[in-house]
Design a protein around this ligand. Structure first.
Ligand SMILES: Nc1ncnc2c1ncn2[C@@H]1O[C@H](COP(=O)(O)OP(=O)(O)O)[C@@H](O)[C@H]1O
Ligand SMILES: O=C(CO)[C@@H](O)[C@H](O)COP(=O)(O)O
Length: 460
């Protein structure tokens, strides 16, 4: 029996799955937590990876491994391979002014046309501009720039040579200096962002390419590209409710949305991954549960005990600022409270509805880009919530399918690792998991009231 491993080094934790290469059967798994915060030393990811591997029974009998990870995080290395400073993560908004400047310099149309992205604080290029402006000594020491999944693959490889850094097209496409139609870095954009283009960037491997280390290492992927591979969604729309809220689907064409709502990323198979992302998803529910003094199961019960629309209570959930819409300094707000509707049940329901309404905007934008939004698949930590599953169709207006609980990002990485062991042009076919289907009539008033409340914020 040949075994492969997949890693999901995500915002909140590291998960490892070990699967049978031919069938995809789950053999064992492990996980470990990451520290909180939007600026994290990569050593913490390494420690968590080691703990998760150990919990998953080690890698001695594993033939190939791929790492998927949170996208966009800026990892700077000096010429000896030392980390220059803590990595700035995708949800760190300090580079918002740099993003606005970069967008103004070229114009949103030009950015969308050239690389499919309009800069927001999440993207690596804006973090590099911030570093050059605010920490020039660190910028000067930087000899190589890579992403979280690249760095972990490099550490696993263990040579310590910067020239051995590798990445994949899906994660490179989220940097802001990679053209996923020509599959090349764009030095003039890197220079525009960082003030210099003489930093080493990871070599971009093809979807089934690998490098040798203590075991065969696949190219890896951004977590969203890996999730699509893991869940086997094909062109069906995927909604992921982790730390980030994501709406995405595989496409044959790269998106070029000058409004910036849909980012024109690449996928992990040679195609494209139009994607809308919010900064506020599962942790909106975590925060609401804390505020109400209940656990997540009780929060779900409370939400389901309230009527659709929460009797007029609306949560605009910009608790971490927001990326879609681009409001990095925003905060959250509860609207519509009265003496009669101010109940824990309505607040719980407003939290679920508000989080989902933020993503419904992304669904509309993806439909405008040509995606077939006749149903969605729901994954990520908050997809475990019964309230989320049942309320989602009322907000999205389409049926929702929830695959059995699992680590789909790590599974996608494992499937890529299995692919590196074949000479196939497509990843190996693995049996899909059982799914539950949730259907309900759309309740348009939920989105209408949310739209009014969000608009009140925007017009302030
Ligand atoms: N039953 C549940 N109801 C609501 N949220 C949940 C539930 N189980 C887990 N979560 C949330 O999911 C999040 C973790 O999801 P995950 O997809 O692993 O995130 P990430 O990939 O960003 O690290 C946490 O915020 C956690 O509280
Ligand atoms: O920034 C994006 C996508 O553009 C996020 O989706 C990150 O990739 C983090 O993912 P999670 O840790 O929330 O899964």
């Amino acid at each position: 029996m040949t075994l492969v491993a997949g890693v999901d080094s995500s915002t909140q934790s590291c998960k490892v799955v070990v699967r049978e290469a031919e069938t995809g059967r789950l053999v064992r798994e492990g996980r470990a937590a990451h520290p909180d915060g939007t600026e994290v030393h990569p050593d913490h990811w390494w420690t968590a990876l080691q703990a998760a591997i150990e919990q998953a029974g080690g890698l001695d009998d594993v033939d190939a491994l791929s790492v998927a990870g949170q996208q966009h995080g800026m990892v700077c290395l000096d010429e000896d391979g030392n980390v220059v400073r803590e990595a700035l993560l995708w949800n760190d908004t300090r580079s918002a002014a740099a993003a606005a400047d970069l967008t103004a310099e070229l114009g949103a149309e030009q950015w969308a046309h050239r690389i499919g992205l309009v800069p927001v604080a999440s993207f690596t290029i804006t973090k590099l501009r911030w570093l050059a402006q605010h920490e020039p000594a660190n910028a000067k020491r930087t000899a190589a720039v890579c992403l979280p999944h690249d760095w972990l693959t490099w550490r696993l490889r263990g040579t310590g040579h910067l020239a051995d850094l590798v990445t994949d097209r899906s994660d490179a496409s989220g940097t802001g200096y990679f053209d996923s139609t020509a599959n090349v870095y764009v030095p003039d954009l890197l220079e525009r962002g960082f003030g210099r283009a003489d930093v080493l960037l990871p070599r971009v491997l093809g979807p089934a390419e690998s490098v040798e280390g203590p075991l065969r290492l696949g190219a890896g992927a951004g977590d969203n590209a890996a999730a699509i591979l893991g869940v086997g969604a094909g062109t069906e729309v995927l909604v992921s409710l982790g730390t980030s809220g994501v709406v995405t689907a595989t496409s044959e064409v790269r998106a070029a949305d000058a409004s910036g709502i849909v980012a024109g990323f690449a996928d992990a198979t040679g195609r494209y991954l139009p994607l809308a992302c919010t900064l506020n998803a599962a942790r909106v529910l975590d925060a609401t549960a804390r505020m109400l003094g209940v656990d997540l199961a009780k929060l779900s019960d409370l939400a389901l005990s309230a009527k659709p629309g929460a009797e007029g209570v609306v949560l605009v959930p910009y608790l971490e600022g927001e990326r879609t819409p681009n409001l990095p300094d925003a905060t959250g707000a509860l609207h519509g409270l009265t003496l009669t509707n101010a109940t824990p049940a309505n607040i719980a329901r407003a939290a679920v509805e508000g989080m989902l309404c933020g993503l419904a905007v992304g669904l509309d934008a993806l439909a405008e880009q040509g995606a077939d939004v006749t149903g969605v698949r729901l994954v990520g930590g908050a997809a475990a919530s019964p309230a989320v599953r049942e309320i989602a169709p009322t907000v999205f207006g389409v049926p929702v399918t929830v695959p059995a609980p699992g680590e789909y990002v790590a599974d996608g990485a494992a499937r890529q690792a299995a692919w590196t062991l074949t000479d196939g042009t497509t990843p190996p076919e693995w049996a899909g998991s059982e799914s539950s289907r949730y259907a309900a009539d759309a309740v348009p008033e939920i989105r209408a009231r949310y739209g009014e409340a969000a608009q009140r914020y925007l017009s302030r």
